[in-house]
Design a protein around this ligand. Structure first.
Ligand code: M6R
Length: 607
């Protein structure tokens, strides 16, 4: 949530800042702004809306400003409406900063400042952070930051410039991410790697509660006791093209097409002698010793991947699995103990609610295993063990490739546990693993169904409301399909267990209401067919996702989307792709910005 960039070096900073903000725009797109040192002091340019508007303004009105050091921000509004005054950077006194996070005690701080006759110009909590730092500042930025953070409650990633320290950026973070690197042209700090990859594949995560002093030549890290700290360097194995559209109109479409590769990268290195092996991930088999229950905590799409995991683990490992929405999990007293394995699922590794689930699990004595896409992210670092998904950067707000590889890890875990717990004969597991290895090709095959789905989705564009139904694995898929569609097409949609419709919701099914029925599981196929009959009788427009070998009476549906034949356990991979296309093309046909749906941001670092 909110994208931050800072650069100081020996080349023009403005272009680098704007470029960085363009890459970070998916983190928030309510407003954007940059501040930079000029020979006449700090100059700030802000606009409401997209970074492209900011870029035009900088180019037309500020092209002559020379600068080699500055900070920038693209905002997802939390406190204070969307307007230019509330746009970052914020300035108070001699301090200019950009902020990602929430200062929870900003109202109290504001009241204290009011008593001193100090009034902020914006409605933001971020300006209050600037006021606090300014009030603690005499001449030494580091001691000002140290004093200030004692007064700030909440989460923050801050990049700060002080009038009297041109060429320098100071940064500190708690809760919200910041990564940085130094190159021959200067030093760069940002909310995530997509803004840095152009300059280096090597980077470090600024440790929490540490202050970075960023100059053109180096980045110095100190803890709050002033000890200098050497950060752990990390390396990403993707490059700039991964963070660009590469000929696709939208990142979401590109990311859907990247799924076969993401699946290969996630599955293949973990298969040894036909079975699952996590030793290269440093996840020991002993982690699963004595575990008698699993809790999966996650949000949104990641939680839906957890639901697939639940079905698989319960079916093949016969272990009870609870899937918790992380924001609910954190505020109840969950039944978790040292015999529970808590699995945390997150693409970004920064989702605030999901992150807190780790703390709760640890307090209750449970071990945590994270399934995370972003290397070195907070969740990856705070969990006991990590299984990385290798999707590469996911830029579209709607998660696609990250979801499919989260699912893949659920399959890997299930097959690992089935052997360790001896719940399936090893030969059967080998067979399942060999099918899993075919999944990248299977998904690749399904990518060619996009034109048919594009046509069908035109029929959904004018719907006011629609329904997804399914049973078992197909029900979990329905939930994901429904979320994806409403998230980017703004059409109200609900997912229902197919058998549950007649307990209330069927009253909403009238003429032409679209129902997307997922029926890929043979054991409940006839039951789902009966449910389709029920909605059809009431006039529903039915799109059915099923397998090519299923015997379907074509008059039962308006459209059938057939998945190539595969063991039922693996159909979620195919159905997921079809539902992603359905959401994508519906949004596209409505002329919406598919990658940046309203009110949303990619990484939800506030609770
Ligand atoms: O980064 P995370 O996986 O923790 O994010 C969780 C959700 O915010 C995310 O999956 C969200 O639901 C997606 N925008 C859905 O497409």
């Amino acid at each position: 949530m909110c994208g931050i960039i800072g650069f100081t070096g020996n080349v023009d900073a403005k272009d680098i800042l704007i470029d960085g903000l363009t890459s970070l725009e998916y983190r928030g797109y309510d407003s954007a702004g940059i501040s930079y040192f000029t020979k006449n002091g700090i100059q700030t340019v802000k606009t409401v809306g997209k970074v492209s508007i900011l870029k035009d303004k900088v180019n037309s009105e500020h092209s002559a400003d020379a600068t080699k050091c500055g900070i920038g921000h693209t905002r997802w509004a939390t406190h204070g409406g969307v307007n230019k005054t509330n746009a970052h950077p914020h300035r108070f006194g001699r301090v200019t900063l950009v902020h990602n996070g929430i200062i929870e005690n900003y109202t109290e701080l504001k009241e204290e400042f009011a008593k001193e006759g100090k009034t902020p110009v914006s409605d933001t909590d971020s300006e209050i952070a600037a006021m606090v730092i300014d009030s603690c500042y005499k001449t030494n930025p580091i001691s000002a930051i140290k004093k200030a953070v004692k007064k700030l409650v909440g989460a923050y990633a801050l990049c700060i410039m002080f009038d009297e320290h041109p060429g320098k950026i100071y940064a500190i973070r708690k809760g919200s991410p910041l990564v940085a690197t130094s190159t021959k042209n200067g030093s760069v700090i940002a909310s995530d790697m997509v803004a840095i990859i152009k300059y280096s594949k090597d980077y470090f995560v600024l440790p929490e509660h540490h202050i970075a002093t960023i100059t053109a030549k180096s980045i110095k890290i100190n803890d709050l006791d002033s000890n200098e700290v050497e950060p752990d360097m990390l390396h990403v194995n993707w490059d700039m093209t991964a963070a660009q559209k590469d000929g696709y109109e939208y990142f979401m479409l590109k990311e859907i097409h990247e799924q076969p590769q993401a699946l290969t990268n996630t599955i293949l290195p973990r298969i040894k002698d036909g079975l699952v092996d996590f030793s290269a991930d440093n996840v020991p088999d002993s982690l699963f010793d004595g575990i008698n229950a699993i809790t999966i905590a996650a949000c949104g799409t990641a939680m839906h991947a957890g639901l697939i995991g639940k079905s698989l683990l319960e079916k093949y490992v016969r272990i009870p699995v609870t899937v918790e929405i992380a924001s609910e999990f954190r505020y109840k007293d969950p039944i978790v103990d040292e015999k529970t394995l808590v699995i945390i699922v997150s693409q970004s590794g920064e989702t605030a609610d999901t992150r807190e689930a780790i703390n709760i699990a640890h307090k209750k004595g449970a071990k945590t295993l994270a399934i995370v896409n972003v290397k070195g992210s907070s969740i990856a670092r705070e969990s006991d063990y990590v299984l990385y998904t290798h999707a590469g950067p996911e830029i579209a707000v709607a998660s696609t490739k990250a979801y499919i590889v989260q699912m893949a890890v659920m399959y890997l875990l299930t097959f690992k546990l089935a052997v360790l717990k001896n719940t399936l004969p090893t030969n059967n597991v080998r067979k399942l693993v060999s099918t899993l290895l075919t999944i990248p090709d299977y998904v690749d095959n399904i990518l060619s169904s996009d034109k048919v789905i594009e046509k069908i989705s035109k029929r959904l564009v004018n719907a006011e409301s629609l329904f997804f139904i399914g049973r078992g694995l197909d029900y979990s898929l329905s939930m994901e399909g429904s979320l994806k569609l409403k998230e980017i097409s703004y059409i109200h949609s609900e997912a229902y267990a197919a058998g549950e419709l007649k307990h209330g919701t069927i009253s909403l099914i009238t003429d032409n209401v679209p129902v997307i029925a997922i029926a890929t599981q043979k054991d409940v196929f006839s039951k789902t067919l009966a449910n389709i009959e029920e909605v059809r009788t009431r006039g529903a427009f039915v799109i059915m996702v099923t397998t090519s070998d299923a015997a379907v009476n074509v008059s039962l549906c308006d459209h059938i989307l057939s998945l190539p034949e595969i063991d039922d356990a693996f159909t979620p991979f195919g159905a997921a792709v079809m539902l992603q296309f359905l959401a994508y093309y519906t949004s596209y046909a409505k002329g919406l910005n598919v990658d940046q749906p309203r009110n949303l941001a990619k990484s939800v670092t506030v609770e």
